[in-house]
Design a binder for this molecule. Structure first.
Ligand code: ADP
Ligand code: MG
Length: 362
């Protein structure tokens, strides 16, 4: 459906897209992930002609979008885009936001446009709120109206640029559910997102963008579980773990605690897994406090999406002792930590010593 060949985009002397090649087939859902600043938004904007590519070729349904005589409004309608911030018209109701373009750009009779718009608002769960204005809606509702408005133009493909990143975390789910529903209905979509769990389960393919190109692409399993190229591997590993460098015995336990809670939220770790992780880290850090030497202590939490394992490791200098080996002072804490873990290991060499806990998740 869309074929991109050697697409380049430069801003002044800054090359943002450096020869992007891609193909998106009808009915496919492609997620685009990668570090920020690597050109993901620019890529979507070039597809949709909001940015004019510097070079290369984009064809949609066999039509060259960069041809001099290309019908830009028609191309934008075929490839409609949903942005991070909803861009609704503030002075129009939800319904009027949806009918505006069909009536004025496509000449759809008002009655027909309103009927279709109501149907689309129903699809995104907001028929009841069709007469509300944007400022009477929550962020999640506004984004759902924006998606319905995009659908009102009957696009063949929808481009989403981080549709949930401007939302309060409590509203992310409702927007992702709507996008999932569209995927189920067979809509062709390209979605730039930071929601990795979502990318994994909604997409047929994942593009990992870096250095101005699609650096690696594959199925979600290939990209998330078995990436092949170094930058993809580093990116995926970073997603899965949280690292905190403790520099002195006066570390801020509350800050570490709340960051681990955020990690748990992101990885959907609840109940036992979360409780065990938080308690084990706290106890080990207390036991480690007298031993935090000049090199500090690195706490690393990781979660394997493949088997759900949650591990916490504590790495200090070569003098960092096995704090769970305590007798007398600290013995009780050590026993608690052992009871929370499925496996405990301690390794030391002449450079560093490391305690690793594989936590019980249930
Ligand atoms: P991403 O969406 O992956 O975070 P962007 O596509 O937004 O990345 O931006 C990629 C690079 O292009 C950034 O370095 C950004 O500063 C630059 N860039 C984007 N838009 C413009 C612009 N209109 N003018 C100049 N530089 C831009
Ligand atoms: Mg962006």
């Amino acid at each position: 459906m869309i074929r991109v060949e050697g697409l380049t985009k430069t801003f002044g002397t800054h090359t943002v897209l450096d020869g992007v090649n891609a193909e998106i087939r009808a009915g496919e859902v492609v997620s685009i992930i990668g570090p920020s600043g690597t050109g993901k938004s620019t890529f979507l904007r070039c597809l949709n002609l909001l940015d004019k590519p510097t070079g290369g070729k984009v064809t949609i349904d066999g039509i060259n979008t960069l041809a001099r005589n290309a019908d830009v409004p028609a191309i934008r309608q075929k490839m409609n885009m949903v942005f991070q911030s909803f861009n609704l018209f503030a002075h129009l109701s939800a319904l009027d936001n949806l009918t505006l373009a069909p009536i004025h750009l496509k000449g759809t009779p008002r009655a027909v446009a309103e009927e279709e718009a109501t149907e689309l608002l129903r699809l995104v769960g907001l028929a009841e709120k069709r007469h509300h204005f944007p400022d009477q809606l929550s962020g999640g509702q506004r984004q759902r109206v924006a998606i319905a408005r995009c659908l009102a133009m009957k696009p063949e493909i929808i481009l989403f640029d981080e549709p949930t990143s401007a939302l309060d975390p409590t509203m992310v789910g409702e927007v992702l559910s709507v996008i999932r529903r569209l995927a189920k209905d067979g809509m062709t979509m390209a979605i730039v997102t930071h929601e990795m769990e979502f990318a994994r389960d909604v997409s047929n393919r994942v593009f990992y963008m870096d250095e101005g190109v699609i650096y690696e692409e594959g199925t979600p399993e290939q990209i998330f579980d078995n990436p092949q190229r170094p930058r993809t591997i580093a990116f995926v590993n970073r997603l899965r773990s949280y690292e905190h460098h403790i520099r002195s015995a006066d570390f801020d336990l509350y800050a570490i605690h709340s960051q681990i809670e955020m990690f748990c939220d992101k990885h959907l770790l609840f109940f036992t897994a979360r409780h065990n992780l938080l308690l084990a880290v706290e106890e080990v850090l207390e036991l480690s406090r007298p031993h935090i030497g000049a090199g500090g202590l690195v706490v690393k939490i990781s979660h394997s999406e493949r088997n759900g394992d949650v591990t916490a490791s504590f790495t200090g200098g070569p003098a960092y002792p096995d704090v769970l080996d305590a007798s007398g002072d600290g013995e009780l804490e050590a026993r608690i930590v052992r009871s929370l873990a499925r496996n405990v290991s301690f390794t030391a060499d002449d450079k560093q010593a490391s305690l690793t806990l594989l936590l019980k998740a249930a």
